[in-house]
Design a protein around this ligand. Structure first.
Ligand code: PNS
Length: 162
């Protein structure tokens, strides 16, 4: 693939080690990757958009060719503006697939772009942003599940290191 750009979209509330692994592997397939931090209307966010972007940037700065941008409108419009070649998402299992199928078909209708799915690393299969937040909320140690800046932010919110 030449001069290729993938968009890795998500709500990233917050970004986890599983997300970072998918982004790193997307970067081996595409020359550039933009991590697009957006709103999922079906979810209530813990962190606001600016914070989710900041945490994603802090977690991806080590990956050459990867940048992080907020998306406040339609993902399909953002992809068109960026002249992206594909959307990339991670899949942990069939529940993820059920969520992703409709979005991938809608995004293809709206933008003409295909969504490429990367299978989540099995050793990260237990990691989901929602579960990580629940562990943090109840005082658990999340350092094995999220990048260090995210662990600090969660500890800040839920008081573990406050
Ligand atoms: O990590 P998530 O929650 O699966 O990410 C979902 C996200 C943010 C990528 C999706 O909700 C999205 O694209 N939101 C932007 C608005 C949009 O384009 N909605 C139509 C999606 S088909």
């Amino acid at each position: 693939m030449t001069a290729s750009l993938a968009i890795c979209p998500g709500s990233f509330d917050p970004i986890t080690l599983g997300h970072v692994d998918v982004i790193e592997r997307a970067r081996t397939l595409f020359e550039r990757v933009i991590v697009a931090v957006g709103y999922n209307a079906a979810k209530t966010s813990l962190f606001d958009l600016d914070m989710r972007v900041e945490l994603a940037r802090a977690s991806c700065h080590h990956i050459d060719g990867v940048s992080v941008e907020p998306v406040s409108g339609l993902l399909a419009d953002f992809c068109r503006q960026q002249e992206a070649n594909a959307i990339v998402k991670g899949l942990r299992g069939s529940a993820d697939f059920d969520d992703e199928l409709g979005m991938s078909l809608m995004n293809r209708k709206l933008s003409g772009l295909e969504t490429v799915f990367i299978m989540g690393e099995p050793s990260y299969n237990h990691i989901a942003s929602s579960l990580v937040k629940d562990v943090a909320r109840h005082g658990g140690d999340v350092s094995g599940f999220v990048p260090e800046p995210v662990a600090r932010a969660l500890d800040g919110v839920f008081g573990r290191r406050a």
